[in-house]
Design a protein around this ligand. Structure first.
Ligand code: NAD
Length: 372
């Protein structure tokens, strides 16, 4: 059954003949008419129909510039469910053995890889070879070397490589970035990023080095790594880091439980961050400058993001992150739009270089110099 909203969005009669509608309804119609979109649509196949893939698929139902048109999965029953739920034609359904054939499918522009981390690279390279644009979830790869291979493969195939950095489109985050660029915080001095949650099921892939490439840092600490860069607005030049492990049974060799890390920036600003799989609901950013501050908590969850600065509450309205991200990615891929904060493969390689250095610092106890 079509909703009232759908009716209001699609109604074609002139406003003058709709006296039974309220002022609010009329405003909504007018608003939707002015937003009508006739431009190109990015047609996306999702690979990996798990929990985040489902969240993205649901969010894409509200996109105007991107459309979910295909799936790639190793589980036939999931494909059938998704076909029914999202109206996906049989000809756009693939499994991990045959998805290279996507090259012969003119109805798919891009593949969004939402599998466990270690599969991003090999699948991205196959997608690129099939001539389709690649969208990869974070972390883009297990290390910077792998990330660079992905960038090179996509360049060679002349396809775009984007990463699901949804915070780069989040309105309150963008307002803090605008304030920082406009000098409203003055010289930036300090950033604090706290990223973590308490992980459950010890058998899940997130605790498997082979599939996850690490532990909390690859999964959730990456938000503080990436956030430190877009909040401070510089690239770090050194890293120090310390790992704490109290449960070596659950967090095996190469799977970090908790890491504290510090970053130094060329201006002299410093960052102090925590990545953990062992504390509940840790999701906070704090930025301090000579003239003011920004504080966000939650800072990177699915939202609404909440925050304030020295000037007061951040009031930008919440929008479903994945809907905005996919509409923006459509513009970036199809019309060459430049995002305010980059989301391309090179951007992701910078995060991977920092994480490589964080692991090295944990291993050696040394301060690691970075060149990004
Ligand atoms: P998930 O376990 O819910 O889903 C993973 C999917 O990959 C499943 O459908 C699984 O069947 C499939 N898969 C394919 N090959 C597999 C294999 N060899 N082993 C295990 N599973 C395999 O995980 P998720 O939470 O959806 O995470 C998937 C990716 O999305 C990860 O890279 C994660 O970091 C990322 N992610 C990003 C965000 C974000 O906010 N940007 C949020 C959650 C997850």
């Amino acid at each position: 059954m079509k909703s009232r909203r759908h009716f209001l969005q699609t109604i074609a009669a002139p406003l003058a003949v709709l006296p039974f509608l309220s002022k609010k309804d009329l405003e909504e119609i007018t608003d939707n008419r002015s937003k009508r979109y006739d431009g190109p649509i990015l047609r996306v196949a999702i690979m990996g129909l798990g929990s985040y893939g489902t969240r993205v698929a649901d969010a894409m139902q509200s996109c105007t510039k991107a459309k979910l048109v295909g799936v790639i999965s190793g589980t036939p029953s999931k494909i059938t469910n998704w076909q029914a739920k999202y109206n996906i034609p049989e000809k756009n359904c693939y499994n991990y053995e045959n998805f290279d054939n996507i090259k012969n499918n003119p109805d798919i522009d891009a593949v969004y890889i939402i599998t466990p981390n270690s599969l991003h690279k090999p699948y991205a390279i196959r997608v690129a070879k099939a001539g389709k644009h690649v969208i990869s979830e974070k972390p883009m790869a297990l290390n910077a070397r792998e990330g660079e291979e992905m960038v090179a493969a996509c360049k060679k195939a002349n396809v775009k490589l984007l990463v699901g950095y949804r915070m780069h489109f989040e309105p309150k985050t963008l307002e803090v970035i605008r304030m920082r660029k406009d000098g409203e915080f003055g010289k930036i001095l300090f950033f604090q990023g706290l990223s973590g949650f308490r992980i459950g099921d010890p058998t899940q892939w997130r605790l498997n080095k082979q599939l996850a490439g690490g532990g909390s840092m690859m999964d959730i600490g990456i938000y503080s790594v990436n956030g430190a860069r877009y909040m401070v607005g510089e690239e770090p030049v050194w890293v120090t880091a310390q790992e704490t492990k109290t449960d070596p049974v659950k967090f095996k060799e190469g799977v970090d439980q908790t890491i504290q890390f510090q970053l130094g920036f060329p201006s002299g600003a410093v960052a102090s961050c925590l990545s953990t799989y062992d504390m509940n609901g840790l999701d906070k950013f704090y930025l301090n400058g000579e003239k003011g501050f920004a504080e966000m908590q939650p800072s990177t969850g699915y939202g609404p993001i909440m925050g304030r600065t020295h000037k007061g509450e951040l009031t930008q309205p919440h929008k479903t992150h994945q809907t905005v991200q996919m509409d923006e990615m459509s513009d970036i891929i199809l019309t060459g739009k430049q995002p305010i904060v980059p989301i391309d493969g090179e951007e992701a390689v910078k995060d991977l270089k920092i994480m490589d250095a964080i692991f090295e610092a944990c291993r050696t106890g040394k301060k690691i110099t970075l060149e990004l």
